[in-house]
Design a protein around this ligand. Structure first.
Ligand code: NAD
Ligand code: UFG
Length: 337
């Protein structure tokens, strides 16, 4: 069984590649390294003890994609490749729409020409309309507040339409909540460029002393301690969810949207306190005003993943905090360390 993984050098992709290799799948990876480092590919090989073909090019390049499909007999595609910074998408909407939509459409076209009919897509909880009742399930209303979110919303619709027109296709649209943590070895993890936008990389870099203090965006939300609540999920659990989605797509046709979350909401201060307790390291912070666009609370109804994929998150918040810190400590400058 051969899986094409686009964006396999990235944060979630690299963990999924290791899991796929450990489960006995063959993989082929394409990544243009626009937000990642080829060292991640070396580490995937080291961790799994297996070799695989890696191609550094843009998935929007249909001719090169066609060559890869001709060279390898692909059974299923996992499409992680995409731009993902919410704030940047507001200032560079065309880059986001071009990259995220054209890569998805090009992949579908090349897959169709090569009789490949299984597509696992990286979607996001950000497709849910703000204000949806929590826990949010897959039938909730959709609607986004930024171009990044709309690219996920549109790619989902494209894939629903492709499957509708081709009932022998299978597409699994995985809506991730907030991935954190790292591989237990500390060899692969999240390596954001510049100052992190997301909470946990900001915390780990603050604990390391690279950043002075965490800015907690708002303590006046209607939550148990006033800070924003999210559904944080260990990246290793997420990786396992992709293996389960591949197995599901081998046995089913049709298109399914599936939440990958734990179903548990933690506040910003819950995360800070757990991180300090588990790792015995201080995380200085200040309370700042709310970040525009943020909502008080988001957490998943993860029931559909359990029913359809037989998947549920197994790791807890302490695991997430411990593993995020191990990765950061072992790689103070990420893959540039
Ligand atoms: P990431 O940036 O670490 O990984 C994405 C990878 O895709 C990078 O290695 C990048 O170089 C590559 N890439 C981007 N555009 C490409 C293109 N046109 N051709 C080839 N390679 C390309 O991000 P991640 O956190 O691993 O996220 C993976 C996917 O999951 C993304 O689609 C992202 O939008 C989605 N997602 C992420 C989160 C999150 O919080 N991390 C949440 C929900 C959804
Ligand atoms: N936060 C801070 N300080 C920071 C960063 C974040 O207080 O420096 C707070 C935010 O206000 C929010 C929580 O921490 O309450 C989580 O924020 P993140 O930026 O880590 O994550 P978001 O929930 O905003 O968004 C993330 C991804 C999106 C994805 C979404 C899915 O960045 O791409 O999860 O739920 F769509």
């Amino acid at each position: 069984m051969k899986i094409l993984v686009t964006g396999g050098a990235g944060y979630i992709g690299s963990h999924t590649c290791v899991k796929l290799l450990n489960e006995g799948y063959d993989i082929v990876v394409i990544d243009n390294l626009v937000n990642s480092n080829e060292k991640a590919i070396d580490r995937i090989k080291e961790l799994s003890g297996k070799d695989f073909p890696f191609y550094a090019f843009d998935v929007c390049d249909g001719d090169r994609l066609e060559e890869v499909f001709k060279e390898h007999s692909i059974d299923c595609v996992i499409h992680f490749a995409g731009l993902k910074a919410v704030g940047e998408s507001v200032s560079k909407p065309l880059e986001y729409y071009s990259n995220n939509l054209i890569s998805t459409i090009t992949l579908c076209r090349v897959m169709a020409r090569n009789q490949v009919k299984r597509f696992i897509f990286s979607s996001s909880a950000t497709v849910y309309k703000p204000g949806s009742p929590m826990p949010v399930n897959e039938t909730a209303d959709l609607g986004c507040t930024n171009p990044y979110g709309w690219t996920k919303y549109m790619c989902e619709q494209i894939l629903r339409d492709v499957v509708h027109a081709n009932p022998d296709w299978s597409a699994v649209l995985l809506r991730y909540f907030n991935p954190i943590g790292a591989h237990e070895s500390g060899m692969i993890g999240e390596d954001p460029a510049g100052i992190p936008n997301n909470l946990v990389p900001y915390i780990t870099q603050t604990a390391l002393g690279r950043l002075e203090k965490l800015h907690v965006y708002g303590d006046d939300y209607d939550t148990h301690d006033g800070t924003g609540v999210r559904d944080y999920i260990h990246v290793q659990d997420l990786a396992k969810g992709h293996v389960d989605a591949v197995n599901y797509s081998l046995k089913h046709t049709g298109c399914e949207e599936i939440n990958l979350g734990t179903g548990i909401g933690y506040s910003v201060l819950d995360i800070v306190k757990a991180f300090e307790r588990v790792n015995q390291v201080p995380v200085p912070y200040v309370i700042d005003p709310r970040r525009p666009g943020d909502v008080a609370t988001v957490y998943a109804d993860a029931g559909k993943a359990k029913n359809l994929l037989g998947w549920q998150a197994e790791k807890n918040l302490d695991d997430m905090c411990r593993d995020s810190w191990r990765w950061q400590k072992q790689n103070p400058n990420g893959y540039h360390s």
